[in-house]
Design a protein around this ligand. Structure first.
Ligand code: RIB
Length: 313
């Protein structure tokens, strides 16, 4: 496919309060932090930016509050050329916020206050128009589950493929799995949804096979610094990660998801798309912050080639 891929992202927008700390405090402990920054984030916004910077035409379905955070998020997304005609503004709830505690060790811990994200509501007729011509709907779980299910059903009706990133984890209805074309999830989510431990490529492949048995067409399990495992009808493959010095993994999964969606929409195989995701997320983790860390296609291209993927039994 040579034309520009078109992707619709449904998801959250948060202003991230990035609190840099030597380490997270224990219960009852007070610590001195290094710095506090307000930076654009939210899984929906991050994945939209991830798609846009990889060259896709992107429309974002999301909701902000009528406040300075919402305005700052809107301006940041507009700078990436993301279509915001379906961006909603809540009159009473504030824009979502996320407290991101980033340790010197590069470990992070995130708590989200959904605010306006929790009041996102969609209309079937508008959805049909918004999805027209899109190759993929990309969505996660920081917006209400009924709205996600509504959009997935609308995407199926519109002939638009569904990429689903079940984060943060929620119990999901059985009827959802067969409606997912590409499921992207990390090792913690894969273990929770499939059962069993997921720490190695072989365990990720087993989890992916268990999720395919529920009706998902293809599964990608990300394994952090190890890489990613793809599971599809033709078999399972392990794509090793690039070796980089990580300073902040915030939005690495969102970057991976965005790059994966664009590569698939461009006609790449699942294994090629995972290699693309690995290269893009390798850049993201070397920078601090969510949307500000997401690389362009040129920046991902400048990375060394990922090690070749290996077939898994
Ligand atoms: O995936 C990273 C994102 O999770 C952060 O930007 C934060 O806003 C939370 O939604």
């Amino acid at each position: 496919m040579t034309q520009t891929p078109a992707i619709v992202v449904l998801g959250s927008l948060n202003m991230d309060l990035l609190l840099r700390v030597p380490r997270v405090p224990g219960a009852g402990e007070t610590l001195l932090g290094h710095s506090l920054q307000l930076l654009p984030g939210g899984k929906g916004g991050n994945q939209a930016v991830g798609c846009a910077r990889q060259g896709a035409r992107v429309r974002l379905l999301a909701r902000i509050g009528r406040d300075a955070d919402g305005q700052a998020l809107r301006e940041a997304l507009a700078r990436d050329g993301i279509a915001l005609d379906a961006l909603q503004q809540d009159e009473t709830e504030p824009t979502g916020r996320a407290l991101v505690m980033l340790e010197d060790s590069a470990q992070n811990r995130i708590v989200v206050l959904p605010g306006a994200n929790a009041r996102l509501a969609l209309d079937d007729a508008a959805l049909a128009r918004q999805l027209q011509g899109a190759q993929y709907l990309v969505t996660q779980l920081e917006t209400p589950l009924p709205v996600v299910l509504q959009a997935v059903a609308a995407a199926r009706r519109a002939g638009c493929k569904v990429m689903f990133n079940p984060s943060p984890m929620l119990p999901l209805p059985d009827a959802l799995w067969p409606q997912i074309d590409t499921l992207v999830l990390n090792e913690v989510e894969a273990a929770a949804y499939a059962g069993g431990e997921v720490a190695t490529p072989a365990q990720a492949a087993a989890a992916g096979r268990a999720l395919r048995a529920r009706g998902v067409a293809q599964v990608v399990v990300t394994l952090g610094a190890l890489g990613a495992v793809t599971v599809e009808q033709g078999g399972c493959r392990f794509q090793p990660a690039l070796r980089v010095r990580a300073v902040d993994t915030t939005a690495a999964g969102d970057t991976f998801t965005g790059a994966l969606a664009v590569a698939l929409a461009q006609g790449s195989s699942l294994a090629q798309a995972a290699a693309r995701g690995v290269r893009a997320s390798a850049v993201c983790v070397t920078r601090i912050g969510a949307q500000v860390s997401i690389p362009t296609a040129a920046e991902a291209d400048a990375q060394p080639e990922a090690l070749p993927a290996q077939d898994l039994p």
